[in-house]
Design a protein around this ligand. Sequence first.
Ligand code: NAD
Length: 260
Amino acid sequence: NLPGKVALITGSTSGIGLSVAKKLASQGVHIGLNGFAKPEEVTAIRKEIESQFKVKTFYHGADLKEGSQVKSMVQETSKALGSVDILVNNAGIQYIETAVNFPEQKFNDIIAINLTAAFLTTKYALPQMLDKNWGRIINIASVHGLVASVNKCAYVAAKHGIVGLTKATALEVAKTGVTINAVCPGWVMTKLIETQIQQRADQYKISFEEAQIKLLEEKQPSVTPVTTDQLGDLITFLCSNSASQIKGSAYTMDGGWTAQ
Ligand code: NAD
């Protein structure tokens, strides 16, 4: 059911978002990209996806902190590629500090990027999905959408929020062919967690590789990271017709993190 559909994936210039973009492209889906990257990096990503998978791509550099830019990203992607049938709200940032010392601006930015932007993309993409009576919205939450960790108040609040947004919006469209779900990964080795690993390496005076194992051991019982490829496969499944009755769920892929 996927060839010819159009997906808009926020934060798809690296990490999980880029992997999801390639997975969906491999199914014949045209790809709307977003995220921060140098122009030559964007050109390289677009070339790679277009030549490898023979699909169309479009890039919009919206800063998701800015509501007006989020709206134009949805509108311009839809204009360039014909529609937005699949929306993957993936962009996200992290900041680690106690609540007492957490900079107010940082808190607001995390809520804006990790939560409010997903509300806005949903608001502007959903009408066209409802017109066609087919659509998929997948919100990349986190285990931190279900449980907390210390010194991550903004991230945990935003991720719990996006799980709530997922449930509420999924119910609004439950009788239609549009499904809205969240995905809750544990540790995935991307740029987002490199600083967290490096901090442990510095703190315990150990190598980056040893610090990576230490990080996994603290929370993830499998002591094995989730791969971006595995997440891409889960998201592709959620886009399939087999998943049409999965609505408002928060799928974990976390090596057992939240089973504890
Ligand atoms: P990443 O840093 O590799 O990718 C983040 C993407 O978001 C990049 O493309 C970046 O350019 C983009 N981005 C950041 N700020 C933006 C802004 N203001 N406007 C537009 N784009 C912006 O990180 P990742 O690990 O691939 O994270 C992707 C998602 O997965 C995030 O929502 C993150 O919270 C979630 N997640 C990651 C992990 C993990 O362990 N890596 C675990 C659970 C959930």
